[in-house]
Design a protein around this ligand. Sequence first.
Ligand code: HEC
Length: 163
Amino acid sequence: MSNPGLRAAVIALAAAGLIGLSASAVSQARAPQAAASFTAAYAAFQKTGTWPDKTVLVLEIRGAQEHASINKGGRSQSNRMAVEVHVKDTARFKGGWGFYGFSGEQPATLIPQAAACYACHQDHAAVDTTFVQFYPTLLPVSTAKGTLSAAYLAEEKAKPAAK
Ligand code: HEC
């Protein structure tokens, strides 16, 4: 993850305002092409409301710190604790997507389909097993294109009306 190409993609995503509840990013597995591929996945999403094959979403989990430097209130990001990766490769993965979890700089192996990652993302995520409901710049695109998942639509319907 110290690859400058992948960093560039993560920064590009932050600038595009796609950061969700925690830092998450779209990029490509092949890091040297990351910035270009990020643009491709994002552009395809804008056109179709869903992710093209070979999309890679990277979730960076960081600690939060208070009273860092000059900030008096709130919290800022600190050290990276883990990196989780969600890869769309329909020829390779049952259900179209595979999950990987990295800690440190070690290579990661595919997380098995039986893991909780798959079930939660399948049952609750708004678009193609990704949590687009937490990415406010993407949700309107999927709403307009009609790509919201049946599971998400049912959950929304079951919610008590906002007061
Ligand atoms: C109980 C539900 C739940 C489980 C279990 C879960 N996730 Fe998620 N995941 C979420 C939610 C909610 C988000 C969106 C919030 C965010 O971006 O932080 C998310 C976002 C992500 C993202 C960012 C892109 C996307 O797909 O939306 C990745 C990558 C990810 N999770 C990987 C994993 C991995 C790997 C595991 C298993 C080790 C896992 N998740 C297990 C709920 C879950």
